[in-house]
Structure formats: structure tokens, C-alpha cells
Design a binder for this molecule. Structure first.
Ligand SMILES: [Zn+2]
Length: 199
């Protein structure tokens, strides 16, 4: 959730445009890399392994921008910042945009939350499914190789996409989805649209 802390800048009076605006630099891979570097460097004091905590934090933070680029109406993401100010979004954008601030508690906001819950439900179930706890070993077990961890990460990304695609097909033409997908006004304005959303 850290990338969305960029809304604080607007509250401080900084104009909500460019790289300092919402969905700006804080959603870029470079920002994720910087945070990962900080955690990798500072986490050792708390017993974290630099490489793994760094990679884990990078994937967690960068996934925010990637998921935002999958939303229907919001701003594109500065994936190449600071090399380019171009905002990118995926051609397939199944995730409806959450309205900003208190509007997220409106009827529309709750519908969007319901759609997101359905989209990612299999993953939530997988995460909270009770597992047998193993006794803590005296020495930490050896970490799996990076290839193994990469294969696992790729599997999780594939599972997320599969959940999204299946849920989108399932929800298509339902009243719930047509209530959250309002006709896009901003999209007609071109690729660098600046619609404000809560993500
Ligand atoms: Zn965001």
C-alpha cells in the first residue's frame, strides 16, 4: 500500500500532476527498487536476509503499479520513470477503479470492493487456508535457490491472471459489473488520461 502514500503530497499542497502526482514516481519500478534496497540494507539488523527480503519487497511494491495498470479508468503508470514520462496501461483492464477517499464507502465503492473480492477470492482462500505448523527448527533452514523462488513467483503471477480472467468471464454481463464500469469519459482524452482513483 506504500505507493498510494503519494496522496499525502497533494494534501501538503503539491500539485497533483507529473511524477509527484497520484500514480506517479511512487508507482514506478525504480521506487520499488529503492524501497527494496533500503529494506535489504537495514533489515539485516532484524535478522532479515538481504537478497531475499530485497527481492520479496521489490515484488510486493512493484506489483502495486502493475495491478493499477490493470484498472479500467485510472491513470497509466510511469513504468520507465525517470527515463520517460509516458504512462503505461495494459490493453486488458478488468479491475474497476475504486473511487477516492470517503467515496470509497459509497454504494459504488462497496460494489467495486465486492468485485475485487470476487476477482481475488481464490488467492485469499489460499493465503488464509489453515496449514499445519511445523516446529521451529533450531537453525533456519537453507533458503531455496533463486531459480526455485523465481518459478514460485511466476506461478503466483500466473494464478493471479487466471483468477482475474476466470472471474471476469464469470461476472461479465452481471448487474454488479455493469454498475461499476461506468462509461469512460477520460479514455476519449487520449492515453495520458489523468482520472483520479483510489488505487
Ligand atoms: Zn496506486
Amino acid at each position: 500500500m506504500l505507493p498510494d502514500a503519494d496522496v499525502v503530497l497533494e494534501a501538503l499542497g503539491i500539485p497533483d500532476t507529473g511524477a509527484l502526482g497520484h500514480r506517479g514516481a511512487s508507482h514506478s519500478p525504480l521506487f520499488a527498487l529503492a524501497i527494496a534496497g533500503l529494506i535489504a540494507a537495514g533489515g539485516q539488523r532484524f535478522g532479515l536476509r538481504p537478497l531475499y527480503s530485497g527481492v520479496f519487497v521489490f515484488l510486493a511494491v512493484v506489483s502495486h503499479g502493475v495491478l493499477d495498470a490493470l484498472t479500467t479508468d485510472g491513470r497509466g503508470i510511469l513504468f520507465l520513470w525517470p527515463l520517460s514520462d509516458r504512462r503505461f496501461e495494459f490493453p486488458w483492464r478488468p479491475i474497476p477503479d475504486m473511487p477516492c477517499g470517503f467515496a470509497s464507502l459509497s454504494a459504488r465503492g462497496l460494489r467495486v470492493a465486492a468485485v475485487e473480492l470476487i476477482y481475488f477470492l481464490p488467492l485469499y482462500v489460499w493465503v488464509i487456508w489453515p496449514r499445519r505448523r511445523r516446529r521451529a527448527p533450531e537453525r533456519p533452514p537453507p533458503m531455496p535457490g533463486l531459480g526455485h523462488a523465481g518459478a514460485r513467483a511466476a506461478g503466483i503471477v500466473f494464478a493471479v491472471m487466471l483468477c482475474l480472467a476466470a472471474a471476469e468471464l464469470w461476472l461479465r454481463d452481471t448487474r454488479l459489473i455493469s454498475a461499476v464500469h461506468r462509461p469512460s469519459v477520460s479514455r476519449a482524452a487520449g492515453p495520458a488520461n489523468l482520472t483520479k482513483t483510489g488505487h
